[in-house]
Design a protein around this ligand. Structure first.
Ligand code: SF4
Length: 411
């Protein structure tokens, strides 16, 4: 029988600040002020906050569509409208839900519809899909779209990269001023970058707490508690929330509370979560006493370079340093560092059918890491939202066999 794990008490506060956030967006739409900007999840949210926008992140909506499994009903609607089943299933879920006029925000937050954008702002550092995704809404609503074309496959971030992205960021300001009707104020921008930095510092500590044995939180907790770091970074609410969570983590560490009681094997997860199967996978790893302690995905919202003293340049650097845009050598070194920090004994790679950008198993990275670190790896086929690409049975059998192999090796 699996031992009960005490729930994370801070969850209640997280629900409250998320509800307040969506209420703010809903109010802004109804009153027409402040203006609403849509932003990609690792896009220039701080600049938008600094210019007085309410900021909405559609990838969060995509994840909600996945987690509620509404995605399965609406992806075919987008497919029928010409968006291939092979492209990002956040995109197809979100556009499908829009075409079907449904949203999980209705049940979760009492919103009648998604908050329509006054301007759409992206950075294609994470993938090309975001530009196509936002372009759909720009055409649909006749609103402006601005974006950053970010260099990809970067090793070392060079001055030329920084100048490129910085100038693109600065170039957005006149468009944003026109939409918001608010004059750019560097102090307001600095404040948002400063708060985002404080959020990052705390979110990093939450993730690093997994280096403790037993780990007080695991990947599936991180997937839930990362929400404020995604949609509320740049606000005081996110900073306060992570202070609360860190205080609770401290209590859990002192009391020896284990996210996965009796942990035997520690794992790393690379790739997107399978949102519609979070619970099933969490239960499986719990039963196997094999916590997933760390992940590339949840680490993606650590933006170490942010610096309110130099907001444009530091935001440019943060955008250029994210894992997705780096070359294979960087990725190898990065995962290695987290594996060693958290005492990981096995690597799980999720090959997410519709997100090649967050799939790192297709160019022999697992083989190289396994050789270098001397630890086994496994590749699970699936998808972030499209459950037609995921087999519960196959994933379960493969993961069970993998953990068994690790246990034998450890015995
Ligand atoms: S990074 Fe992947 S999951 Fe995220 S928007 Fe792009 S294709 Fe979709």
């Amino acid at each position: 029988m699996t031992q009960e794990v005490p729930p994370i008490k801070a969850t209640k506060q997280m629900r409250k600040i998320m509800a307040d956030y969506f209420a703010g967006l809903d109010r802004a739409k109804k009153e027409g002020s402040p203006k609403v900007a849509w932003c990609t999840s690792v896009g220039p949210g701080e600049l938008l906050l600094g210019m007085g926008f309410e900021v909405y992140y559609p990838e969060n909506h995509g994840a909600m569509l996945g987690a509620t499994r509404m995605a399965s009903d609406v992806i075919p609607v987008a497919n029928a409208a010409g968006y291939s089943p092979d492209i990002c299933s956040y995109l197809t879920s979100d556009i499908g839900a829009y075409l079907q006029n449904v949203t999980p925000l209705a049940k979760a937050y009492g919103m009648e519809a998604i908050p329509k954008a006054d301007v759409l702002v992206y950075n294609n550092n994470q993938c090309r899909e975001v530009q196509d995704w936002f372009s759909f809404y720009a055409r649909e609503w006749g609103v402006p779209i601005v974006g950053i074309q970010n260099p990809r496959m970067i090793g070392e971030v060079k001055k030329s990269h920084l100048m490129d992205v910085r100038s693109q960021l600065e170039g957005m300001v006149p468009v944003l001023e026109e939409v918001s009707g608010v004059k750019f104020d560097i102090d307001r921008f600095r404040e948002a970058v400063g708060l985002s930095k404080e959020c990052t510092i705390r979110w990093r500590k939450v993730l690093e707490a997994a280096a403790n044995r037993p780990t007080p939180m695991h990947f599936f907790d991180h997937c839930i508690h990362m929400a404020p770091a995604v949609v509320l970074r740049g606000t005081q609410q996110a900073v306060d929330y992570y202070d609360l969570l860190l205080a609770e983590l401290d209590e859990r560490l002192k009391a020896g509370v284990a996210a996965v009681p009796g942990e035997k094997i520690r794992l790393y997860w690379d790739g997107m979560p399978v949102w519609g199967r979070l619970r099933m996978l969490s239960d499986l790893f719990m039963e196997l006493k094999a916590p997933v302690v760390s992940s590339t995905y949840c680490n993606s919202w650590i933006f170490d370079p942010l610096d309110p003293k130099d907001p444009f340049e530091s935001m440019a650097r943060a955008a250029l340093e994210i894992f997705n845009v780096r070359d294979e050598d960087f990725k190898e070194g990065y995962i290695k560092e987290w594996v060693q920090r958290c005492g990981v004994q096995g690597l799980v790679f999720h090959d997410s059918k519709t997100c090649p950008y967050n799939t790192n198993s297709r160019f022999a990275l697992p083989n190289r890491l396994s050789k270098e670190l001397g630890i086994p790896t496994i590749i699970i086929n699936g998808d972030l939202n499209d459950l037609r690409c995921f087999s519960d049975e196959q994933a379960k059998t493969n993961i069970e066999a993998f953990v068994e192999q690790l246990l034998e090796a450890a015995a």
